[in-house]
Design a binder for this molecule. Structure first.
Ligand SMILES: [Zn+2]
Length: 250
């Protein structure tokens, strides 16, 4: 390329060392404009690459961020699932406890119901449970129940619900009613003037089963009342609902 005096460049192109040269001229202005355009193009391209690079880095960051968010969501979901499984297990446990509690309460209530808890005749207790001088024989003897002093013909009631086992004359007991209350409890009502309960009949607490008398080996008109647990005589006062209301004498 050579410069001539007319503000133009002459460009010579040779296809080979032997070939005839081919030449043409371009104006300086054209060269400047082309160079300018080329520079502008390069700058624009560079800017575009930079912008693309920045954008790419930003996108990559976003992708990483989204990935970690996705992982966090998955982790939270697992945690929530295991928490709700635990909550469900706790709920089951609670309902089991409540159910057991209900059952226990029913059992306790049923058991309480079998306890002979009331005084079977209205009167004073003039002889307690335990060893005493027998009013009949005058010797020390075990007294298997309590003696309730009451007028002849006073009603005698069942001290707990149950089933009548005995109702009739039984030696020293005289006219006797016995009731089986279940859970090992039984009660005896002795020396009755009349036994009104039928053997095998069901009775409720407070039902009349006979009347006060002095039949059998008796020192006078009174009710001999026994509570037995597994057939062993026990102190009836230990099972009385409110022993404070029962009067003692002598
Ligand atoms: Zn007695």
């Amino acid at each position: 390329m050579a410069r001539n005096g007319l503000g133009r460049y002459v460009v010579m192109v040779m296809a080979g060392p032997e070939a005839a040269p081919y030449q043409f001229s371009v104006s300086k202005r054209f060269c400047k404009v082309t160079a300018g355009l080329f520079a502008v193009g390069m700058v624009a391209l560079g800017a575009a690459f930079t912008a693309f690079g920045t954008e790419y880095a930003r996108m990559h960051e976003r992708v990483v961020e989204i990935d970690s968010l996705r992982q966090a969501v998955a982790w939270q979901r697992t945690k929530i699932q295991s928490s709700s499984a635990r909550v469900a297990a706790l709920e089951t446990q609670i309902s089991n406890v409540l159910y057991t509690n209900d059952k226990l309460q029913q059992v306790v209530e049923a058991r309480l119901d079998t306890i002979p808890s009331i005084l079977p005749a209205w009167g004073r207790i003039n002889s307690k449970f335990g060893r005493r001088l027998s009013p009949v024989t005058g010797r020390m003897r075990m007294h298997n129940g309590v003696d309730i002093s009451a007028p002849r013909g006073e009603p005698v009631v069942a001290s707990a619900p149950g089933k009548v086992v005995t109702s009739g004359y039984h030696g020293a007991y005289g006219r006797l009613v016995t009731i089986d209350h279940g859970n090992g409890f039984a009660t005896y009502y002795a020396h009755l003037s009349r036994a009104s309960a039928r053997p095998g009949a069901g009775v409720r607490r407070g039902d009349v089963v006979g009347y006060v008398g002095s039949t059998g080996q008796s020192s006078g008109v009174h009710l001999h009342y026994e509570v037995r647990f597994n057939n062993e005589p026990v102190d009836p006062m230990d099972y009385m609902r409110n022993p404070a209301t029962v009067f003692f004498q002598g």
